[in-house]
Design a binder for this molecule. Structure first.
Ligand SMILES: CC(C)(COP(=O)(O)OP(=O)(O)OC[C@H]1O[C@@H](n2cnc3c(N)ncnc32)[C@H](O)[C@@H]1OP(=O)(O)O)[C@@H](O)C(=O)NCCC(=O)NCCSC(=O)c1cc(O)c2ccccc2c1O
Length: 259
């Protein structure tokens, strides 16, 4: 597959996958999601690769979730909401190698869900984390909610979703969403250091460890499949469309009048 929305590079047994949509703060559209799935699958099953690094181009954003300018209700691709997001989330979990989120700038909405799903997260000091769904007419009821609760605890996860606040990298680290925060200029060196340490270890032992962690939260995949189907119905409502329209027109949403 020739990539348009992502960049792909292999170095020292590490695959670097970079979302390359800076004009949209690295938000994803159906094409982006399909390319991410292909790149993660093909590198993850390549026996020469021991770690995948997922990141976003530039220093403004890791990923800001679904591209709000690319849908009117449903998106136009595969999957329950026209984005193969269930498949992308499953692919991050299913590949036999760890996926490391290198978070630069915003990890917002579906971008924060991707970072949550990654095995490890290393963030630049200036990175910001948060969910925005209920402010934008969306929600990721599956890994986005239940796996987040596993990472940060129930109360904090509910706060993150209900209030849609933004959290600094340091706050995200303290709540268990991030493994390590480093000064922005040291992000690449730190990510490379962690990858080198993983690549030196027994690949089979790492895969078995990853699979065992996954198994313990595998029921969330079922919640996600059901949840996405419900979101698909929600996306066709006036209430959901109000969130997208308000964001695109830079105004405050009035959800209550659209229920
Ligand atoms: C990310 C922000 C907090 C940044 O704010 P800031 O003020 O720094 O920058 P701007 O707002 O001016 O943004 C600059 C520029 O980028 C455009 N942009 C930013 N984010 C997006 C986006 N997600 N989609 C499209 N475009 C985006 C913005 O319009 C500006 O363009 P200009 O032309 O005006 O310069 C802030 O931007 C922000 O809050 N962004 C919105 C984030 C958002 O709504 N994300 C989607 C949430 S829903 C989601 O991700 C999601 C995805 C799924 O696939 C799901 C699947 C199934 C179920 C649920 C899903 C789900 O919830």
């Amino acid at each position: 597959m020739k990539y348009t929305d992502i960049l792909y590079e292999e170095r020292d047994h590490v695959a670097y996958i970079t979302i390359n949509r800076p004009e949209k703060l690295n938000a994803f559209r159906p094409q982006t999601v399909d390319e991410l799935i292909e790149a993660i699958k093909s590198s993850g099953w390549n026996r020469d690769i021991g770690v995948i690094v997922l990141t976003g181009v530039g220093n403004r954003a890791f990923c800001t979730g679904g591209d709000q300018s690319d849908h009117d209700g449903q998106y136009s691709g595969r999957g329950s909401v026209g984005l193969a997001i269930e498949e992308l989330q499953g692919t991050i979990r299913d590949v036999p190698v760890p996926v490391v989120a290198r978070v630069n700038g915003y990890a917002i909405g579906g971008g924060n869900v991707l970072a949550t799903l990654c095995d490890l997260t290393i963030a630049a000091e200036s990175a910001q984390f948060g969910q925005v769904g209920p402010k934008m007419g969306s929600v990721d009821p599956g890994f986005g909610t239940a796996l987040l609760a596993r990472c940060v605890g129930e109360k904090k996860a509910r706060e993150i979703w209900y209030l849609c606040r933004r959290y600094t990298a340091q706050e995200a680290c303290e709540m268990g969403l991030v493994n390590k925060v480093v000064p922005d200029a040291e992000l690449d060196a730190e990510v490379e250091k962690w990858c080198r340490e993983i690549v030196e270890k027994s690949p089979t032992a790492i895969t078995l460890a990853k699979r065992s962690f996954n198994l313990d939260t595998e029921n969330i995949r079922g919640i996600s499949m059901l949840g996405m189907q419900a979101v698909s119905l929600y996306y066709d409502t006036e209430e959901s469309r109000e969130g997208v329209d308000a964001f695109m027109n830079k105004r405050k949403a009035d959800f209550r009048s659209k229920r």
